[in-house]
Write a protein that binds this ligand. Structure first.
Ligand code: MN
Length: 342
């Protein structure tokens, strides 16, 4: 099937591609890279099933976009969900669970008893998962594609950030998230979902990191924010307080965007949204952005002339209905539309 006989008004026939788009990876401008991995999830697992949930729900979307009526013509391809990643995720998740259980009963990460298990998980995160994402990312970038990663927990995009750093001298990150994710390892996991931005800050090409919607953070992370001039945090409380005092969301978006350089990578943790939009995500926190606030921020970003060079959407976890996947699919479509905006 090709664009000539793809009719966006017809019912979507599931074909393994997000939104049922008819494009092969070779002919696509944007490529979705699903990463079904949630090894380091600390509270509630399920993000490894995020790509499939979003894929399933994405067939139900109507593709008309009020900003970009031609958006459905953007050529988006999909890398199939990789079963090696799923298998390795299951194996490593079992070990990670033992570690977390040990810690929850008063054990310490430095204890001899779990040192070997921790080393095994950390080795798999780095040598297997991060390396796979990096290689895939670099390969796609070298083919001139834009990459949208679909997680998975929030540990998974590090390899894509590294690949982008190989091809761009400098870029900023816009992170939408309830958490700062600035922990230097969490529960002994060097490549934890709670450490993604700590690890990202080791990539010298990335500056600044602009965080939006943060509302669950520890003192150590705040010290890092205060001590690193590359990090700019717009915490959820201050955003809401500003709104209560009459500062419009439009004005606040301009302020957020003014901190970013021309090239921007978006790291979208679904828990940055109010949990009513993602009730089954791993670590939900009350408060957060409305769906339309988040989309308006993305829209304002591209309207300000910034270029989205890549993105990830993480921490979508399905429940017993389609809602989390449905919202995830809509966020994914918007991210792709804005990345493809010419
Ligand atoms: Mn996160």
């Amino acid at each position: 099937m090709n664009q000539a006989n793809f009719n966006p008004n017809f019912i979507t026939v599931p074909n393994g591609s997000f939104f049922g788009f008819p494009y092969a990876v070779e002919e696509a401008d944007i490529v979705f890279l699903p990463v079904p991995w949630d090894v380091t999830t600390s509270y509630r697992e399920g993000a490894a099933n995020g790509p499939q949930a979003i894929l399933d729900a994405s067939a139900q979307l109507d593709l008309y976009d009020f900003d970009l009526p031609q958006a459905w013509q953007t050529r988006c391809g999909t890398i199939p969900i990789n079963s090696d990643i799923q298998d390795q995720n299951q194996a490593m998740r079992a070990i990670a669970k033992e570690i977390i259980e040990y810690l929850e009963t008063g054990g310490n990460v430095d204890d001899e008893a779990i040192a070997q298990q921790l080393a095994t998980v950390n080795r798999a995160s780095k040598g297997f998962l991060n390396q796979w994402v990096y290689t895939q990312g670099l390969e796609l970038l070298d083919q001139g594609k834009l990459v949208g990663l679909v997680g998975g927990d929030h540990s998974v995009p590090l390899g894509l950030m590294e690949a982008l750093a190989e091809r761009h001298k400098e870029y900023g990150i816009l992170q939408i998230d309830a958490h700062a994710d600035l922990r230097e390892a969490y529960e002994g996991f060097t490549y934890s979902h709670a450490s993604i931005m700590y690890n990202a800050m080791k990539i010298p090409q990335i500056s600044p990191l602009v965080q939006v919607g943060i509302r669950d953070v520890c003192e150590e992370e705040m010290a890092m924010v205060r001590g690193d001039r590359r990090i700019v945090m717009f915490d959820d409380w201050q955003l809401k307080a500003n709104a209560y005092e009459g500062i419009t969301w439009g004005t606040q978006c301009q302020e957020i965007i003014s901190n970013l350089p021309e090239k921007v990578y978006i790291s979208f943790d679904i828990d940055g949204l109010n949990p009513s939009y993602c009730p089954h995500t791993g670590t939900p926190v009350p408060g957060g952005l409305e769906f339309n606030e988040a989309i308006y921020l993305l829209r304002s970003l591209v309207k300000a002339g910034k270029k989205i060079i890549g993105f990830d959407l993480c921490e979508v976890a399905p429940g017993d209905d389609e809602w989390d996947g449905n919202v995830g699919a809509r966020v994914l479509y918007k991210l792709a539309c804005y990345m493809g905006w010419k």
